[in-house]
Design a protein. Structure first.
Length: 96
């Protein structure tokens, strides 16, 4: 299986995961402070959404990388491929 090679993509994914990690720590703090279950559940849903979004982003990055390398995509085709994968990302983001 391939690895993400584009540094910008890796940085974006890591930043997304760090934000989700911060949100998760906030949920832990809310539980320790005996906050309302509805508020905790709302924050947990936000963490799940952040992780789902990160997963979709990683999947699209992987798809772009693999399609470019396996198909020998030209510069002009890269723009078209990018547009299609943006649409794929939008569609996958609506699954949940």
């Amino acid at each position: 299986m391939s690895k993400l090679t584009a540094e910008a993509d890796r940085t974006d994914l890591l930043n997304r995961l760090r934000r989700a990690e911060g949100q998760l720590r906030g949920v832990q703090r809310m539980i320790e402070e005996d906050q309302a279950c509805v508020d905790i559940a709302s924050q947990m849903a936000a963490v799940r959404k952040a992780l789902d979004s990160t997963y979709v982003q990683m999947t699209v990055c992987f798809m772009q990388q693999e399609l470019q390398s396996r198909l020998g995509v030209t510069e002009a085709q890269q723009q078209a491929l990018g547009a299609v994968l943006d649409d794929v990302q939008t569609l996958l983001g609506k699954v949940r």
